[in-house]
Design a protein around this ligand. Structure first.
Ligand code: RP5
Length: 287
């Protein structure tokens, strides 16, 4: 690796990849993509008054369309509780066999017994493409290394359909812990078989995912694993998630990452900088 002759003190704040004002406590995830984007098949998202409490929305003209994808009904786990290939809740909210919990705190429940999105309305009711009423738990594996040019790189996959770059990740299988799922999903999506024992949990909470609805949304546990510098871990796509590859962690990548992955990657880099006393600049160079 080329020894960087750059001196950490010479990096001016505007050159930093992670601004000095970014802080895990002050940086919260809001509904932006969950109210402005929608996957194929979703109806248009209804408009609503920002900041209006749930109880006042419908009397003030909020008319969200009801939508649950047909494949969610097909995957209703009450059809055969022992079939691991069935992952969705029943359509009848009163037959749901789990409490409505969230990393974001106590959830509001509407008059029909449906859990309400902790970040507010999304313009669509029902579950969309998500199987569970309420939080659908996922995991994200942020794996980084420093390349021969002295730049921070991370393993990325491309989302089917949108082709957006994303961290490797996925939904938790029944009975699986988040760290187990992170290792499994990373291997499934990149073929990289890594030891996540030393991975650091950098985020646990809501994801601003275009699939979210008023009654179903994604919450993730994101881990950061930094490999020894210029690790030669090879990455190969598995066809489903498209090409898996190493990409320099620069401003352009962060601006294009799927859902709120930019938030979790910024948290990971911010914590890594604090631990290593190094700074990543906008072009990904580590100083
Ligand atoms: C995002 O969707 C999560 O952060 C995670 O990366 C991903 C899980 O959904 P699938 O990859 O299983 O579609 O919200």
């Amino acid at each position: 690796m080329v020894e960087s002759s750059r001196n950490t003190n010479t990096i001016i704040s505007s050159d930093r990849l992670i601004s000095l004002s970014f802080d895990s406590k002050s940086h919260i995830v809001r509904n932006i993509k969950s109210t402005s984007e929608r996957p194929n098949g979703y109806p248009r998202r209804a408009k609503f008054y920002e900041g209006m409490p749930w109880r006042s929305l419908k009397e003030n003209g909020y008319k969200p369309a009801e939508y649950t994808d047909p494949k969610v009904f097909k995957k209703d786990k009450t059809k055969d509780p022992n079939d691991p290939k069935l992952w969705a809740d029943p359509a009848d909210i009163n037959k749901v066999d789990h409490p409505f919990l969230s990393f974001e705190g106590i959830l509001k429940i509407d008059k029909n017994g449906r859990p309400l999105n902790p970040k507010g309305p999304t313009g669509i009711e029902g579950r969309g493409l998500l199987g569970l009423w309420g939080a659908n738990y996922a995991t994200d594996a942020i794996v980084t290394r420093i390349n021969d040019q002295g730049q921070l790189e991370m393993a990325i996959v491309t989302r089917p359909g949108s082709n957006q770059p994303a961290t490797a990740g996925g939904m938790l299988d029944r009975g699986e812990t988040a760290i187990e799922a992170a290792k499994r999903e990373f291997k499934e999506e990149t073929t990289g078989d890594l030891d996540f024992t030393n991975a650091i949990k950098v985020y646990e909470g809501y994801v601003d995912d275009p699939r979210n609805t008023d009654n179903a949304w994604i919450e993730t546990t994101a881990y950061h694993l930094h490999l020894e510098d210029n690790s030669n871990t090879e990455l190969k796509g598995n066809g489903k998630e498209g090409a898996a590859k190493w990409a320099v962690v620069n401003k352009e990548l962060l601006d294009n990452l799927y859902a709120s992955h930019a938030n979790t990657v910024k948290l990971a880099v911010s914590m890594w900088q604090n631990k290593t006393h190094k700074v990543v600049d906008k072009n990904g160079f580590v100083r």
